[in-house]
Write a protein that binds this ligand. Structure first.
Ligand SMILES: C[S@@+](CC[C@H](N)C(=O)[O-])C[C@H]1O[C@@H](n2cnc3c(N)ncnc32)[C@H](O)[C@@H]1O
Length: 378
């Protein structure tokens, strides 16, 4: 059979044998090829955004329009690299280019999404894509051999990237949009209770809570020593006397003295032993005590997630991080999109009662589960 050529719409034509294209709608194949290449373009632009953060070029460009030479001087970078980077961003629709003046501009609506401290800034999320690229080889091996890549192999970079991902969200939403979902917990925090944050990472959430609720005491636990160091540094810098941090596997969470409330931010789906940790949290709570789990908002049923715009991102992050860290230790491998149905089951199995799940306003990626240790327990 004669070979058939499919024009993908890119500069590369793909020549395939006739048997491979029998029954294939060539136009649909061409359109899909272009779509796939669009994903690669997005991937490369993600690296460009990451570079823009690392070099300070995005911040420098947000100051105002500039030629490549002016921007290079502004950011203290090598002009030839800056020019290539700007060309990628201009052709990618991220910056505007005026050929007459050879100036580049970051429109204000783009600047707010790529710089600054507002919740609009999604530039830090680029770092997770860059970081996870390093683990493609190792995860490919795990597909064949089983097991996975342990958490330790992601540190210290993961600690910083995770901090960048969650810090802005917590600053923006923790007190005003997440806590109000937890019933009367804010009032109890106001009056003064004992609280744990399990898998606290760099401890920003616990420190924010400790600053806002000075009558309560907070202990953050994490297996990552570098994250705990950073949590302690922030608590000291803020002069907090009611926030402490310890390196500890959550399966060994202290049960005496008990906690009145336990938070787990974006942690349960990463755990090697989520059932063991949830049971331990249950035992570590006072009867009537509250568990708050802030986690990825998805269904446990793939079919429900097909139209979820962020689902490919969630499943891919899971493959390259959340799932593999758990499977590396023969763990449960819940995956990032463990989902509401599975979460409700696990929380009920661990003994929590009256579990409710809540959307977080203006945060489509996450939801909040609230459950209680039964009052008659112990
Ligand atoms: C996705 S990160 C979330 C960190 C932080 N809560 C945040 O939102 O930025 C998950 C955290 O769980 C920690 N972790 C994983 N397994 C743990 C375990 N068994 N005990 C304590 N911490 C654990 C990791 O070290 C990591 O810091």
């Amino acid at each position: 059979m004669e070979p058939t050529t499919i024009t993908t719409g890119t500069t590369t034509d793909t020549t395939v044998t006739g048997s491979e294209t029998t029954g294939v709608d060539q136009q649909a194949a061409e359109a899909f090829g272009q779509e796939v290449f669009g994903h690669y373009v997005g991937g490369m632009l993600t690296y460009m955004i990451d570079l823009g953060i690392r070099t300070g070029l995005l911040d420098a460009l947000a100051e105002g329009p500039a030629t490549s030479h002016e921007l290079a001087e502004r950011a203290g970078a090598v002009e030839r690299y800056v020019r290539e980077w700007l060309a990628a961003l201009a052709t990618g629709g991220i910056v505007r280019y005026d050929p007459a003046t050879q100036t580049f501009e970051l429109p204000p609506e783009h600047a707010v999404c790529l710089t600054g401290t507002s919740a609009f800034n999604v530039a830090p999320q680029s770092r997770i894509t860059t970081l996870l690229a390093r683990y493609v080889d190792g995860v490919a091996d795990a597909f064949r051999d089983g097991g996975g890549i342990p958490f330790t192999a992601y540190r210290p970079e993961f600690t910083g990237v995770m901090d960048q991902l969650s810090r802005g969200i917590m600053d923006d939403a923790l007190i005003d949009r997440i806590l109000p979902l937890t019933g009367e917990l804010p009032d109890r925090l106001e009056r003064g209770i004992r609280v744990a944050d399990v898998g606290c990472g760099t401890g920003h959430a616990a420190n924010l809570l400790a600053r806002h609720f000075p009558a309560s005491t907070f202990v953050g636990y994490d297996i990552a020593p570098d994250a705990i160091d950073r949590a302690r540094e922030e608590a000291a810098a803020w002069g907090l006397t009611n926030a402490t941090f310890e390196v500890l596997d959550a399966t060994r969470l202290p049960v005496d003295p008990p906690f009145d409330a336990v938070f787990a931010f974006d942690t349960v789906h990463d755990l090697v032993d989520p059932r063991g940790v949830l049971a331990r949290i249950h035992d570590a709570l006072t009867p009537g005590g509250t568990l708050v789990v802030y986690d990825v908002n998805a269904s446990s049923d793939l079919a429900d997630n097909l139209a979820h715009p962020l689902a490919p991102f969630i499943y891919a992050v899971s493959t390259l991080h959340c799932l593999t860290v758990s499977l590396s230790e023969d763990g449960a491998g819940l995956g990032t999109a463990w989902g509401r149905q599975q979460a409700m089951l696990l929380l009920a199995d661990a003994g929590f009662e009256g579990v409710t799940v809540h959307d977080v306003p203006d945060d489509p990626l996450n939801c909040v589960y609230v459950g209680h240790r039964p009052t008659g327990d112990r």
